[in-house]
Unconditional design. Sequence first.
Length: 352
Amino acid sequence: MRAVVKTSSEPGLEMIDVPMPELGPDEVLLQVKATSICGTDLHIRNWDPWAQTHVTPPIVVGHEMCGVVVDKGPKADGPEIGQLVSVESHVVCNRCAFCRTGKGHLCENTKILGVGRDGVYAEFVAVPAANAWPDPPDMPYSIASLQENFGNAVHTASVPLVSGRKVLVTGCGPVGVMAVAVARALGARLIIASDVSDYRLAMAKQMGADITVNPATGDVVDTIMDVSEGEGIDVLLEMSGAPSAINEGFTSLKSGGEAALLGLTSAPLEFNLDDHVIFKGASVYGIVGRRLWIDWYQMRGLLRSGAVDLSPIVTHRYALDDFDRAFETMASGECGKVIMFPDPQDADGPLE
Ligand code: NAD
Ligand code: ZN
């Protein structure tokens, strides 16, 4: 089968022929219908220091997907052959203390598809049946594919209380704009969004932000103080990993406020812990992955009720054969979610 593979310890990805995946007894074999690009895949393609320490070539890359079950191992429960499923990319052990206490997203034996085991930029992939999340058959493939990433936004926006409160989202990449939509759906009173890209701010507006501010041309803290009668924000959803955005977010946070941090800083940062957290009595939450499976159930509810419509953020579709162009689009930042289709016939919109 065709697959996009990190073949050696250097920048780049290659499409090559690889053997069909071996199907474990508790696994399902999925025919990949759509797969989307995440920032992590860019890191792996660029072979940056994070990738060099987390990925061992050769490996099939990619972890966001939907597909159809085409075969099952003898001990695989769950989805039947023919079912459309999305995939939770974190394969957890179900045995460690975290898994056994409802904290599977912190599993100490986690293997991530496309990072620690073969991923989904391929015609087929084998995953544990427990990782396959059944989708309604009428769900567009693009939306079904990006749910894994949507789960990061749902997780971040549902740990602090956003209902009736003033919320700042720093960083309006795909996850940031999805968090804007979730905060809106959960009843936020006011949503301010910041990004250094006007393209991304326009997307944030479309997904429900009341006010957008570009720190390159405007002052984020002044803007927030103006619109909040000098009070500041109740909730920070940090989705950029940019040190200046983190500082602006905490400077704008009210005493007693809550900050949920998803964005990854590439290096340790200078941070005024006393003023930003301690004297404010702020609550700070680190957010990793998706809670298994609360966030998936909440996603299903938000999408099926129509409270969140993700279709505007699907901006580009490519054939998987065109993965290089798809990655260039993602790297440019002038995009929302970029979806790739192993079989171009499966595309749910015009291909680039
Ligand atoms: P992304 O890189 O597409 O988006 C980041 C956005 O931040 C970009 O639009 C960028 O323009 C913006 N930005 C950069 N500097 C800024 C600044 N000074 N002020 C405001 N905005 C600024 O990433 P994404 O896919 O949307 O993911 C968001 C973040 O979450 C990334 O850091 C990613 O690595 C991280 N992430 C973490 C987890 C987790 O489990 N913790 C999971 C997925 C993604
Ligand atoms: Zn575990």
